[in-house]
Write a protein that binds this ligand. Structure first.
Ligand SMILES: Nc1ncnc2c1ncn2CCCCCNC(=O)c1cc(-c2ccc(F)cc2)cc(O)c1O
Ligand SMILES: [Mg+2]
Length: 215
C-alpha cells in the first residue's frame, strides 16, 4: 500500500542523512518540511527555543507527551547526557513505528525510552513502572485538548517538584487556550510565553509556553 507522509519523511531521512548523526537527521526532516511536505514536527525555529530551554535546565529526568515521528525526541535527546532518563509517549502505532526507526537511525535508541500508549495510562505508572521520582522537565506536544488533563495528572501523581520546567508547543496554532489560561492563572507556575513561528511557515505565528512549577 502507498506510504504515509510520515513514512515518506523517514525514507527521505534514511536516504539523505548520516546514520548516527542526530543533527543531520533533524536537518533532513526540516528540509523535507520546508521544501516538500509540511508535517507537524516542532521544526527548526521553535526547536531552537526548546534547545535553549533544555540546555538551561540540563534535565536528568525528562518526559515528552506526543512523540509523533520522533523529531523533538531526537532534538531533546541529543542534548542530554548518557545518564539522563528520557521517556516519550505516543499512542498512534504507525507514527510510533516511524519514530522508532527515526530514533534508531539517529543512533539515540539508548537514550530514549519510547512508550506506545495513551499518556493518561502512562503518567500514573511513571513512579512504579518507570522508576521515576520526580520530573526535571516535561515537553507537551500531543492533542491540544488534553494538555490540561495531563498537566493536572502530573500534579496529582506528585511528579512535579519545585523548579520542574514544563514546556508546551502550539499555544497559538492550532492553540491550547484552556492550557495557557490554566498555567498562567492557577497560581502553581511561573509561566512565560515565547512567541515564534509555526513549523515550516514564514508567516504564521505560534509559540511555546514555559511554566516553572512553584512546588
Ligand atoms: N493522549 C495521548 N497520548 C499519547 N499520544 C497522543 C495522545 N493524544 C494524541 N496523541 C498523539 C499525538 C498526535 C500529534 C499531536 N500534535 C498535533 O496534533 C499538532 C497539530 C498541529 C496542526 C496545526 C495546524 C493544522 F492545520 C494542523 C495540525 C501542529 C502541531 O505542532 C501539533 O503538535
Ligand atoms: Mg506541536
Amino acid at each position: 500500500s502507498a506510504m504515509s507522509k510520515e513514512q515518506r519523511v523517514l525514507q527521505y531521512v534514511q536516504q539523505n542523512a548520516s546514520r548516527g548523526d542526530p543533527d543531520s537527521v533533524l536537518a533532513a526532516v526540516d528540509k523535507f518540511g520546508w521544501e516538500t511536505e509540511w508535517a507537524m514536527n516542532l521544526g527548526d525555529v521553535k526547536g531552537a527555543i526548546l534547545d535553549r530551554f533544555v540546555k538551561e535546565t540540563a534535565p536528568q529526568t525528562m518526559l515528552e507527551l506526543g512523540t509523533y515521528m520522533g523529531y523533538s525526541a531526537i532534538r531533546i535527546a541529543r542534548l542530554l547526557p548518557e545518564t539522563a532518563k528520557f521517556m516519550t509517549v505516543e499512542f498512534d502505532q504507525e507514527n510510533a513505528a516511524v519514530a522508532r526507526e527515526m530514533i534508531e537511525f539517529a543512533g539515540l535508541q539508548n537514550r530514549i525510552i519510547q512508550i506506545t500508549s495513551d499518556t493518561a495510562d502512562v503518567i500514573p505508572q511513571l513512579k512504579t513502572k518507570y522508576d521515576v521520582e520526580t520530573l526535571d522537565m516535561v515537553f507537551i506536544d500531543h492533542w491540544k485538548d488534553v494538555y490540561v488533563r495531563d498537566i493536572k495528572l502530573l500534579e496529582t501523581n506528585k511528579l512535579l517538584r519545585k523548579g520542574t520546567v514544563v514546556v508546551a508547543d502550539n499555544i497559538i496554532k492550532p492553540g491550547a487556550p484552556e492550557y495557557a489560561e490554566y498555567v498562567r492563572t492557577c497560581g502553581k507556575y511561573d509561566s512565560t510565553f515565547h512567541e515564534s513561528r509555526f513549523e515550516y511557515s514564514n508567516d504564521d505565528i505560534d509559540g511555546l509556553e514555559k511554566s516553572v512549577f512553584r512546588g
